[in-house]
Each structure stands twice: as structure tokens, then as C-alpha cells.
Design a protein around this ligand. Structure first.
Ligand SMILES: Nc1ncnc2c1ncn2[C@@H]1O[C@H](COP(=O)(O)OP(=O)(O)OP(=O)(O)O)[C@@H](O)[C@H]1O
Length: 360
């Protein structure tokens, strides 16, 4: 097994009206988002990894084997070195934040506990909450404490099951920047279950789309989002995630320029240093296509590329057009009528005009 594919999950499980059948090799680090409709098996996968549920198959992280039915190997949950955070943070209400955090490291009794605790509290930005009573925390703060407590135990994997689902939109916005740090700064894999596209575009390095217990699409976030099967699942939220870096700021117009493989996209000004790596999220519905470079348009962001795919959309009036330029891929939702009128086909060179670009 290569180091970049260190998490192996081959799981087969039958319930009365549900069957899970997955065989995945996932990256050794970074955030893998398990995405898919309700009942598709996301939580079941986490529970199988944690040993809370018994599927048939294999669960290994690097050289550590937690389950291998071919060799009659099964580690119970308490022997699995993992952090698990649920939708509702389960903190000890009678203990302070600090006591909750210390409880986690005492239980594992590993060397380096103090340093791991410090690193986890810094990563989640909760140093100032140490003396607080857990009952006085906001929902977002509780989740940050719960994640820090899990990380302080130095687990081999972090499992997050819809950690933001019980928070309102304002609290979600507050916690997302902290979670974004997980994908750069952790050296362990994170399995993250969510229904929310915003969490996927901001947090995922890798994506697994599940449907009815099976893997429909799997790959890096940019590959997955521009995949036609994923796009049809995402419906009105279909779009693409592109990797770029901050190129310059325009202080006169309060804009920031992002270089995306040579294309320059302007977004509302952000306080980010030139050179910072960022990702941009572009909804397919915000992209229109033209055969020649649009010059007299209020839409400033444009990219020239080649049509790589044309797929059906949920409604027969429109279709999803995949456009490749350099190593990046964009998705445009255009009407069938426009497709025919402009004579667009796979291989046609087009200008994509982008109405709105969001830093993901
Ligand atoms: N303890 C259980 N006993 C029987 N069936 C179960 C049990 N837990 C889950 N299921 C069923 O297994 C299937 C997969 O459930 P699971 O919770 O893994 O889905 P999910 O993708 O996480 O859904 P959601 O997004 O709604 O949380 C569903 O059909 C669910 O009803």
C-alpha cells in the first residue's frame, strides 16, 4: 500500500432494506468528505470504522489493522485509536473546558499528551475558553472544544459526523474557518460527513459521493465536483472548485485578484497576503458561454477553454457543459437552445464568463 492511500475501507453490510458495499482507498491525510442523500450510508461507514457496527471486510490505516475478516482480525472500539465527534458535542457538563480537554489525554495516557493538547487548543482557537463552564459555550464553541478534545488524544483518524448540522448559519460561518485549518495542518486522515455543499467546497480535499450504500463518484474535490454524476446529484448547487493563489489587490476598487492557472479572477477584497493559496468555488449557473471574447460586458471574469463534456441536467431545457483550461475544469449550465444556436460541441473553444466567484 502506498503512503498516499493509507486508509483502506472494504465494507459489506446488509440490513433489512439497506446494503452497504464499498471498497475505498483514501488519502493518508487531509479531509475526505462523505457526501450523499439521507440514508445513503455515510454514518454507517463512520460507525464501521469506529467498530461500533460490524460489516464484513477490511479497515486499515497505514500499517494498523482494525478489521480484516480474511484473517479473523477484529479490534473492539476501545482498541481503535480514533477521535469521533458527533452532531451534538458530547462534553461533560459538570467539568470546565480545560477539565474536558485534560480528561481526553488522561484516558489515552500517551507520551506527548500536554504538547498535543496545546497544539489542538491552538489549532481550534479555544485557549481563551479554558476556564469556562461547558454549559456557557455557544454551539460552535462546543464543537471546537469537542474536536480539540478528540485531537488531543493523538488519534490515528478523526471522524466528524455532521459536526455543524445543529448550528445556525451564523454559528456555522464562525466555525468554518477553524475547520479549514484541519485540512492543511493535520497529519492524520479526517472522515467528514455532511449534506452541506458549502462545507464540502470549503473543507474537502477528497470526496466520496454515496448513494444507497454504494460509491457513485470518488476523487479529489476538483475532479469530483466537475464530474457529471456528481453535478446531477448536486442539482442547483452544481459547480466547480478551482485551485489558485492571491495575485494582487486593487485598493481603489476593493478587489482581490486570484490567479487560477494563468486566468485572473477578481473577487471582493480579502485580507490575504499575495501568494496565499486559495480555492474558488464557481456555480455552474453563474457561468455563461460565448464563441468570441466578450469585451463590452459588465462581467469581468472570463476564461478561455475547450469544451470537454456535455451532459444532461436535471431539467431537459438545460445541460451541463464541462470546460477545460490548463489543468482546471469549469462547469457551465446553459440552455439546450443556446447549445444548438451557438453550435457548441465537445472540442469547441469557448469563452466562459463568470458572473460570481466565491473564495471557497
Ligand atoms: N441501527 C439501525 N438498524 C437498522 N437500520 C439502520 C440502522 N441505522 C441506520 N439504518 C438504516 O441504514 C441506512 C443507512 O443509514 P445511515 O445512517 O448510514 O445513512 P446516512 O447517509 O448517514 O443518512 P443521514 O444523512 O440521514 O444521516 C438507512 O436506510 C437507515 O435507515
Amino acid at each position: 500500500m502506498t503512503n498516499s492511500k493509507a486508509l483502506r475501507l472494504a465494507l459489506s453490510l446488509r440490513r433489512q432494506s439497506f446494503a452497504l458495499e464499498v471498497d475505498l482507498e483514501l488519502p493518508a491525510r487531509g479531509v475526505t468528505v462523505l457526501f450523499g442523500p439521507s440514508g445513503s450510508g455515510k454514518t454507517t461507514i463512520l460507525r464501521c470504522v469506529a467498530g461500533l457496527e460490524r460489516a464484513q471486510g477490511l479497515v486499515t490505516i497505514g500499517d494498523t489493522v482494525w478489521q480484516d475478516d480474511a484473517h479473523a482480525k477484529w479490534a473492539p472500539t476501545w482498541q481503535r485509536d480514533l477521535g469521533y465527534v458527533f452532531q451534538e458535542a458530547s462534553l461533560f457538563e459538570h467539568l470546565s473546558v480545560q477539565a474536558n480537554l485534560v480528561y481526553g489525554i488522561k484516558r489515552t495516557n500517551k507520551p506527548g499528551g500536554e504538547a498535543a493538547l496545546k497544539a489542538a487548543t491552538t489549532l481550534l482557537g479555544i485557549e481563551h475558553l479554558a476556564d469556562r463552564d461547558t454549559t456557557s459555550l455557544s454551539g460552535g464553541e462546543r464543537q471546537r472544544v469537542a474536536i480539540a478534545r478528540a485531537l488531543a488524544t493523538q488519534p490515528k483518524i478523526l471522524l466528524l459526523d455532521e459536526p455543524l448540522a445543529s448550528l445556525d448559519s451564523a454559528r456555522r460561518q464562525e466555525i468554518l474557518p477553524w475547520l479549514e485549518r484541519l485540512h492543511n495542518e493535520l497529519s492524520i486522515p479526517v472522515l467528514y460527513v455532511t449534506h452541506a455543499m458549502e462545507e464540502l467546497t470549503r473543507l474537502a480535499d477528497h470526496v466520496v459521493l454515496l448513494d444507497n450504500g454504494r460509491v457513485k463518484v470518488e476523487g479529489s474535490v476538483s475532479q469530483t465536483l466537475s464530474d457529471s454524476v456528481f453535478a446531477s446529484h448536486a442539482g442547483s448547487e452544481a459547480g466547480a472548485v478551482l485551485a489558485g493563489s492571491v495575485a494582487e489587490h486593487d485598493n481603489t476598487y476593493h478587489l482581490t485578484c486570484i490567479d487560477v492557472s494563468g486566468a485572473r479572477l477578481w473577487v471582493r477584497q480579502k485580507e490575504l497576503a499575495v501568494g496565499t493559496a486559495v480555492r474558488v468555488h464557481i456555480h455552474a449557473s453563474d457561468v455563461s458561454l460565448a464563441l468570441i471574447e466578450p469585451r463590452d460586458s459588465s462581467i469581468q471574469n472570463k476564461i478561455c477553454g475547450v469544451i470537454e463534456s456535455i451532459n444532461d441536467d436535471a431539467h431537459p431545457a438545460s445541460c451541463l457543459v464541462g470546460i477545460r483550461y490548463q489543468d482546471q475544469r469549469l462547469l457551465a449550465r446553459v440552455t439546450r437552445k443556446a447549445l444548438v444556436t451557438l453550435g457548441l460541441n465537445v472540442g469547441t473553444v469557448v469563452w466562459a464568463q463568470i458572473k460570481s466567484v466565491a473564495l471557497a
